[in-house]
Design a protein around this ligand. Structure first.
Ligand code: ATP
Ligand code: MG
Length: 504
């Protein structure tokens, strides 16, 4: 089976998102669709899956022109897609989810046994390790993803489109996931993997198409290209790895001091006797494997969580017990890790999302009335200053790509007299260009005297930005290291696994 998309065009609200793109995928290959945030990758594949109609262009399957009306139609022509956000019903079993919406289940005389048998067979053939009897609730992200793929297999898809499938997986999960993709290909299916990670393209794909700003800029077999060429095609310039720059910081009068901070949840200890201080202009990196107290640490400082014991001092004043708004109005800013749940409201536009943060900020209030005009012009300025790609300030933020949403969250925090910024996974899910932009903004801030608590599970990011590094393990600080040319990266790794520095 061979699918050809020719000269595909799509415009949203007057903004061209696909400007005449050609794309072709066939059976027996893994094809990477590479591009930065907002390049148009999801839009192009959503068109192939029947979610959007192209404004112009043709789609042919095995040489015959087709029109794809909706996802059901796409599936009947052998095309299936797994989206970035899974579509599974938590309270149903794996088997029920897989057959959801299919007529053949034989209701009311369910053929569940036969169905489960078929699921088990498919599971074995493709190494999916899916148990039909389990409830979705309680399954890991990796398992859920395999069930989404099983749904497509069960519907006899021949071309599998996967939208950034690895973004939600841990490194070992990625390995076994790639094996599933190879099985799919070896069985004669076609796989399209959407990604912005060049390393993945090199590791898994047979061919690659690069999109930049809505245009197809490169199409190549993998053996005919290389990382350098791909990176250049994707971002239009080459980016080099950021070198850590050793800065001299005066740590004698810290701005933020945590003293023996402990947080219990029932018997569970989430943070244990944590003591950390951050000086003006300093970037303190918090390394650690996800789930070792990072969330609690950020929430304790900004005021979402109460301390069980210990104190937090900010500019010499004790802040524990004070409200979040009070802390923010005194110069604290927070970029949460989970931007969709904690930072923005997707259906609201950029202006409204700005006001979410500003509606209690004295700079935006005039006797309790909001200065709407001021907020609007601020939003416009931030869009310009931070190169946020959006049709307008009145566009719902859900239509912005991930990188542009994150730029907005950062911009909104920076638009106040910041003294301390808690940056929690500030570049997760972002492409190279957006990552580079956000990281240089953080460095600029520090150079202007803002203290930064950089919490990241990306050790490379911690090492390239931080002045000092603390390592969290099971809610405890394993020690604090100077990030100078003596830094022993293997030691940081060991501390992430629970090794404690002795002299501290
Ligand atoms: N339904 C929509 N309405 C308006 N604009 C949209 C819509 N869907 C996408 N866009 C815009 O189209 C552009 C391309 O978006 P798309 O989601 O295809 O990018 P992407 O390459 O998948 O990016 P990412 O890596 O962030 O997922 C973006 O600028 C986005 O704001
Ligand atoms: Mg996308």
């Amino acid at each position: 089976m061979q699918i050809d998309m020719r000269n595909i065009r799509k415009t949203f609200f007057g903004a061209p998102v696909l400007k005449g793109v050609d794309f072709c995928v066939h059976s027996g290959e893994i094809h990477a669709l590479l591009g930065e945030n907002g390049a148009g990758k999801s839009t192009l594949m959503n068109i192939l899956y029947g979610l959007y109609k192209p404004d112009d262009g043709t789609i042919t399957i095995d040489g015959e022109e087709v029109s794809i009306e909706d996802p059901r139609d796409a599936l009947s022509q052998g095309i299936g897609m797994v989206h970035q956000h899974f579509q599974l019903v938590n309270t149903l079993t794996v088997s029920e989810n897989i057959t959801l919406g299919l007529r053949e289940t034989g209701y009311p005389f369910s053929k569940r046994k036969l169905i489960d048998q078929r699921i088990k067979e498919l599971s074995e053939t493709f190494g999916l390790d899916v148990d039909p009897a389990k409830l979705i609730k309680g399954l890991s992200v990796g398992e859920r993803q395999r069930i989404e793929i099983m749904k497509l297999l069960y519907r006899s898809a021949k071309i599998f489109i996967l939208d950034e499938p690895t973004a939600v997986l841990s490194p070992p999960e990625v390995e076994s996931f790639f094996n599933v993709l190879r099985e799919l290909r070896n069985a004669g299916n076609g796989v399209v993997i959407i990604t912005h990670k060049i390393g993945e393209v090199m590791q898994i794909s047979d061919r690659v198409t690069v999109l930049r700003d809505g245009e197809g800029v490169l199409q190549s077999r993998l053996e005919d290209t290389n990382e350098h060429e791909l990176s250049k095609a994707m971002i239009g310039r080459t980016l080099t790895q950021r070198e850590h720059e050793i800065r001299s910081i005066d740590v004698t009068s810290p701005r933020l001091v945590l003293q023996d901070v402990t947080i219990h949840d029932g018997k569970l200890s989430l943070l244990q006797n944590l003591s950390i201080s951050i000086a003006p202009g300093e970037i303190m990196g918090i390394a650690g494997v996800d789930g070792n107290g990072q969330q609690e640490l950020a929430e304790a400082i900004i005021g979402i969580r109460k301390l069980s014991s210990g104190t937090i001092t900010f500019n010499g004043n004790k802040v524990d017990g004070r409200s979040i708004i009070d802390r923010m109005n005194n110069g604290m800013g927070y970029i949460p890790a989970d931007r969709h749940n904690d930072a923005i409201l997707l259906p609201m536009n950029l202006n409204q999302n700005l006001l979410l943060k500003k509606h209690l900020d004295p700079n935006y209030l005039n006797h309790h009335f909001l200065k709407r005009k001021k907020a609007e012009s601020t939003t416009k300025n931030l869009i310009k200053e931070f190169f946020i790609k959006t049709p307008s300030e009145n566009t719902a933020i859900r239509y912005l790509s991930g990188g542009n949403q994150q730029k907005f969250v950062l911009a909104r925090e920076l638009d106040s007299d910041l003294q301390l910024l808690i940056a929690f996974q500030p570049t997760r899910g972002l492409d190279l260009g957006a990552t580079d932009f956000i990281q240089s903004q953080l460095l600029d801030l520090a150079n202007r005297g803002v203290s930064i608590l950089l919490i990241s599970t990306d050790l490379q990011e911690i090492i390239s930005l931080s002045d000092r590094i603390a390592v969290l393990y099971k809610g405890e600080n394993m020690g604090i290291l100077e990030n100078d040319d003596q830094l022993d990266i293997a030691l940081v790794g060991a501390m992430m696994g629970g090794k404690r520095l002795e002299n501290q």
